[in-house]
Design a binder for this molecule. Structure first.
Ligand SMILES: [Mn+2]
Length: 373
C-alpha cells in the first residue's frame, strides 16, 4: 500500500516579523500547498493521506472560516481519504476549531480522530492506530495504549509528540519511546510535532512541515510504500511554495563584488532570505554595500539583514589617533608588514593573514578613539 505522511500545517500561524499583507500571502500559500499535496496524490494514484496533527496553529483561537476553507479542498478530492489526528496546537477541547462546525458537515473522505481509535482498511489489509491529543502538554506517552502484538495486517500508528532523544525533548512534551515501533511490532510510525524531517529508524519518521514557519526548518511530504514483512520505502517529496534561505558572509574589500553578484543571482520572489554579514570595508565599498542592501529588499519576498560590517579606517587615520608612545611604532610596524606581505605568523587556511593585521589595527584604532572622547 502507498500513502502520504504529512503533518504540522499550522494554518493560521501569525508570522510576527511580516506585515499583515505578507501574512495573508503566507497563509494563502499554506492552503495552496495543501491543495498541491492532494493533486500530487491524485496524479500518483495515492488514495490515502495521513496527517499527524497541528493542522492549525493555536486551534482554540482560529476562525471556522479557516476550517471551512480546508474542508473545501478535501471536498475536491473525494476519492482520496484523509486520516487526521490533532496535535498540541489544535488539541481536542470545548473551544477547538474542530467543534466550530457540525460534524455532519465534515467532508465524507475525512476520517477525523477525536480520541483514540483503531481504523481498519480492508482494501489495504491494514490497521491504523490513531491518537489525538487533548491537551497542550503532558508527561504521558500518547501511544502507550497501543497493543504490542504482531499482526497479520499492516500495523501503522499515527501520533503527535517528541521522541525521547536526550537534550532534544522536554518531559512534558508528549514523550515517545525511541524503540516504540519495534516494541509494538509496527510496520510504520507516522509522527508529527517536529518541524524538520527526522528518521529515527527504518519504521519511525517525522515528515516535518510542508511549508516553513521559520528559518532552519526542513520538512517534506513522505510517500510511504508498505509491504508486509518488508522495510518501508519512504520517499521525501518537496511540495512547498516559499523557500526560506539563510546565509552568512564575512565581507572584505576583495569579496564584496562576489557577494553582491551571488545574492543578485539568487533573486526570487518566492524566497525568504536571511543575510548575516560581518567584516570591514573601505569607505567606498561600505557605501556600495549599503546601497545594495536597500536594493536587496526588492529581490526577495522578504529579506532579513543582520549587518555587522564596519568601516575600516585608513592607515594614516590610525596613526593620527594613537599617541606618541611605543604604540605608534607598533602600528607603523604592522602597516609595513602588511605592505611587504611579510607576515611572521600562521593562520587557518580560510583566514587571510592580512585580515588578522586589519583586525589588530582596528582594535588599536577603536581603543585610542575611545580614549580621546
Ligand atoms: Mn506540535
Amino acid at each position: 500500500m502507498k500513502f502520504i505522511h504529512t503533518s504540522d500545517w499550522h494554518i493560521g500561524n501569525n508570522f510576527f516579523n511580516f506585515s499583515k499583507e505578507d501574512n495573508l500571502k503566507l497563509e494563502k500559500a499554506r492552503f495552496d500547498v495543501i491543495d498541491s499535496i492532494f493533486q500530487y496524490a491524485r496524479q500518483n494514484s495515492i488514495e490515502l493521506i495521513i496527517s499527524a496533527g497541528d493542522q492549525f496553529d493555536k486551534g482554540e483561537y482560529r476562525s471556522s472560516i479557516l476550517l471551512k476553507k480546508l474542508f473545501s479542498i478535501f471536498n475536491n478530492y473525494p476519492e482520496i481519504k484523509i486520516v487526521m489526528i490533532t496535535g498540541n496546537h489544535d488539541f481536542i477541547s470545548q473551544k477547538t476549531i474542530y467543534n466550530q462546525i457540525d460534524k455532519k458537515e465534515y467532508p465524507a473522505n475525512l476520517i477525523f480522530i477525536d480520541d483514540k481509535q483503531i481504523l481498519e482498511f480492508k482494501e489495504y489489509n491494514c490497521k491504523i492506530y490513531a491518537t489525538s491529543l487533548k491537551e497542550k502538554n503532558s508527561r504521558q506517552n500518547p501511544l502507550d495504549w497501543i497493543p504490542d502484538d504482531k499482526e497479520q495486517n499492516l500495523k501503522i500508528v499515527v501520533g503527535h509528540g517528541s521522541l525521547k532523544i536526550e537534550g532534544k525533548y522536554s518531559p512534558d512534551d508528549f514523550p515517545i519511546d525511541l524503540d516504540l515501533a519495534t516494541k509494538k511490532n509496527l510496520d510504520y510510525l507516522a509522527l508529527g510535532h517536529w518541524h524538520s524531517f527526522y528518521k529515527q529508524d527504518d519504521r519511525t519518521y517525522y515528515c516535518g512541515v510542508m511549508e516553513n514557519l521559520q528559518f532552519k526548518e526542513e520538512g517534506f511530504i513522505l510517500v510511504v510504500d508498505l509491504q508486509k514483512d518488508q522495510l518501508p520505502e519512504v520517499e521525501k517529496v518537496k511540495i512547498s511554495f516559499y523557500n526560506w534561505d539563510e546565509k552568512k558572509y564575512e565581507l572584505n574589500d576583495n569579496n564584496l563584488e562576489n557577494f553582491i553578484l551571488e545574492t543578485k543571482n539568487d533573486a526570487n520572489e518566492q524566497k525568504i532570505k536571511s543575510l548575516v554579514i560581518y567584516g570591514f570595508l573601505s569607505f567606498s565599498n561600505l557605501e556600495k554595500l549599503n546601497n545594495f542592501l536597500i536594493e536587496c529588499q526588492s529581490l526577495f519576498f522578504k529579506c532579513f539583514i543582520k549587518n555587522e560590517v564596519f568601516l575600516k579606517p585608513e592607515e594614516d587615520e590610525i596613526l593620527k589617533v594613537v599617541d606618541q608612545s611605543y604604540i605608534k611604532d607598533i602600528v607603523k610596524k604592522l602597516i609595513s608588514m602588511k605592505q611587504t606581505k611579510d607576515l611572521p605568523f600562521q593562520t587557518d587556511e580560510k583566514v587571510p593573514k592580512e585580515s588578522i593585521v586589519d583586525k589588530a589595527l582596528l582594535s588599536i584604532y577603536d581603543f585610542y578613539k575611545e580614549e580621546r572622547k
